[in-house]
Write a protein that binds this ligand. Sequence first.
Ligand SMILES: Cc1ncc(C[n+]2csc(CCOP(=O)(O)OP(=O)(O)O)c2C)c(N)n1
Ligand SMILES: [Mg+2]
Length: 251
Amino acid sequence: MIFEARQGHPGGDLSVADILATLYFGVLRVDPKAPRKPDRDRLILSKGHASGALYATLAEAGFIPVEALHTYMKPLSALNGHPNRNYVPGVEANTGPLGHGLPIAVGVAIAGQIDKADYRVFAITGDGELQEGSNWEAAMAAGHRKLANLTLIIDRNTLQQGARVAEINDVEPLADKFRAFRWEVVEADGNDPASLLDALALQEGRTRPLCVIAHTIKGKGVSYMEDQVGWHHGVPTQAQLDQAMEELGTA
Ligand SMILES: Cc1ncc(C[n+]2csc(CCOP(=O)(O)OP(=O)(O)O)c2C)c(N)n1
Ligand SMILES: [Mg+2]
């Protein structure tokens, strides 16, 4: 998709791909034939620059046609660089400006709590994204309101745009911060579906919001992209694309 579009964020797409696949194929109660069913689970991808991974997952799950992926970021395509809920079935919130997905998810979770609804709300943020102050205001409200229907998954790949998160504005101690905000916290291997499923099983029967710190590798699965800050955004050459597809087992 990124090769055809000549733009995109391959590093962040590949670090979150296993998280999205685990959610859509192992956790979320969603129906691609009725994407706005009132009792559906809601997933908000706050790191909207990973739209490519989200669209690919939505296509695989049957929300949008696989052929539509060829229109990614082309003029007039519904598949913008940042997801838009008005154009793409299955997208729950317009994201891209970092720091808004968790606050929106908290609002949706409060609505569910007031309505005594069964649906669950999931948000995925980046780790660099947590430098945005709006997240902490939302985290505090979620803890205060005991939003047991809310799960935050942090894509903890230790890189942001242009540098390590720890070099720019360190977010550690991350687990202790969320515990102090009255969240339940669990750590997982975010590139391993079995590890993620174990962590997400803690959703059942809890009384507080759940934070999953998902340790990932940015650019996961493509050797020359893995943990490389330069692949936050970028377009592979034809030879690099061939190598990537080979390594991902999709050639
Ligand atoms: C408010 C805001 N500031 C800056 C950007 C530009 N931007 C897009 S992605 C990104 C880095 C995000 O890092 P992280 O949250 O760690 O995401 P990941 O490593 O998963 O790509 C930045 C600064 C943005 N989208 N929104
Ligand atoms: Mg990151």
